[in-house]
Design a protein around this ligand. Structure first.
Ligand SMILES: Cc1ncc(COP(=O)(O)O)c(C=O)c1O
Length: 425
């Protein structure tokens, strides 16, 4: 190996060292002995994130201001949060908005955006998306008299249909000069599919539409870039990547300036505060900053926080892709004897796998796994449209099981998952 290729090689993740930073993964703690595959529903939280929340909350902490140390701490929590989220999402800190959840942010922004729509305008949604990136737009479109058009899901490939295939219209068929917004996921929380965002962004922008990306699942499995993805607005949820339970939106501040949500008379009209109703939860903001720092420190690397995030993200992806390969190999053996059908088949996908268990109730299989202290929930996880699309295609007749990894998932966890699945099936 040459010195250059050695230098280019990403450092490997030290999973044991990482796990030791999570109180919930402590082998002597109350969560001991569980192999957790529910990361797509929410990750565990490292000690430093909990400590950052506690430190901010126990202050001294007042409302924002410059007079006392307590006011200055609130100011710092807000500024640090916007800087951290901007580094994570490759965005402008002045366009970073805090919200209670990705769902709440999407509802709020759908109302603000829909005020600019006219009857007959069009909104493009996808059958791959979590309902949080579907229903707010459907309801906003209804109120505005706008028409909803759909990008379909191909159940065979688990990809969105972007080229007209004779049955489904594809991008060219759904977009028109009346399209105001395209809302699509960065990655499916059910199937793991990552649609080609740049292609969708270019097509949306060519007709003058905005691209809204639900980055909740994607942000947990890649280092996003608002600038490079082509998304105009990107929403994510820190509790999916080691942080507290809230939502974050990133957008160009100039775009946010054009939107006018309902707000109180005395509250500031400045962007991004205009979109953040009431007093900000400073302690939660401190937790998000600590989570971004934790993500940037998964491996030791030099450089800016964004550069360290890139090195850590590369290491986490390499680790989780390898685990995904092991899980897929185990599932393939079970599929060969008809015990499972794996529905996650996209060429570009996260380590989130959805499979059904023909002839066996998935909830009962999930319960059998739980008896072995393996957590792999059954259901369809609010992914209403993709689940119904799979059903319509005859790919499944009831809920399946979802398994997903996080950076702290170990090889031993995977061995236990596969052993428990073989025993249950
Ligand atoms: C892809 C995706 N989008 C949106 C959401 C909703 O996020 P929140 O709980 O922050 O509203 C989830 C939650 O699981 C999700 O996985």
């Amino acid at each position: 190996m040459t010195a250059a290729s050695q230098a280019a090689r990403p450092s490997a993740l030290d999973v044991d060292a990482l796990r030791s930073r999570f109180p919930s993964l402590d082998p002597a703690g109350p969560g001991a002995g569980w192999a957790l595959f529910d990361a797509p529903g929410g990750t565990q939280t490292p000690r430093e994130v909990g400590e950052a929340v506690a430190a901010a909350l126990t202050g001294p902490l007042s409302n924002r201001g410059a007079t006392s140390p307590s006011q200055r701490l609130a100011e710092r929590c807000v500024a640090d949060f916007r800087a951290a989220a901007a580094d994570l999402l490759d965005a402008d800190p002045r366009g970073v908005v805090h919200g209670r959840s990705a769902t709440a942010i999407t509802y709020d922004l759908s109302r603000a955006l829909a005020r600019t729509w006219r009857p007959g305008d069009e909104v493009v949604l996808s059958r791959l998306d979590h309902d949080a990136n579907v229903r707010p737009w459907v309801q906003a479109a209804e109120r505005a008299g706008a028409v909803v058009r759909w990008l379909d899901l191909d159940a065979e490939t688990s990809e969105l249909v972007l080229d007209d295939d004779g049955e489904a219209p594809g991008l060219r068929g759904v977009l028109s000069e009346r399209t105001r917004l395209v809302a699509v996921t960065g990655a499916s929380n059910l199937l793991g599919t990552r649609p080609p965002l740049r292609r969708i962004a270019d097509a949306a922008h060519a007709v003058g539409a905005l691209l809204w990306v639900d980055g909740v699942h994607a942000t947990a499995h890649e280092l996003p870039s608002l600038r490079r993805s082509g998304a105009d607005l990107w929403v994510c949820s820190p509790y999916k990547f080691l942080g507290p339970h809230c939502g974050v939106l990133a957008a160009d501040p100039a775009l946010l300036e054009t939107l006018h949500p309902d707000k109180l008379v005395p509250s500031t009209d400045a962007v991004p505060e205009r979109f953040e109703l009431g007093t900000l939860p400073y302690e939660q903001l401190a937790g998000v900053t600590a989570a971004v720092d934790a993500l940037a420190g998964l491996v030791a690397a030099p450089g800016t926080r964004r550069e360290r995030l890139a090195a850590s993200s590369a290491a986490a992806e390499a680790h989780e892709d390898r685990l995904r390969g092991r899980i897929e190999a185990g599932l393939a053996e079970l599929a060969d004897r008809g015990a499972v059908v794996v529905h996650s088949r996209a060429a570009d996908r996260t380590p989130t796998l959805y499979f059904s268990t023909p002839g066996r109730d998935a909830a009962a299989v999930s319960a059998a796994l739980a008896e072995q202290r393996v957590l792999a929930p059954a259901g369809w996880f609010y992914a209403e449209e993709p689940y119904r699309a799979l059903q319509r295609a005859g790919a499944l007749d009831g809920p399946g099981i979802r398994v997903g990894t996080a950076p702290y998932t170990s090889d031993e966890d995977v061995t236990r998952l596969l052993d428990a699945l073989r025993a249950a099936l």
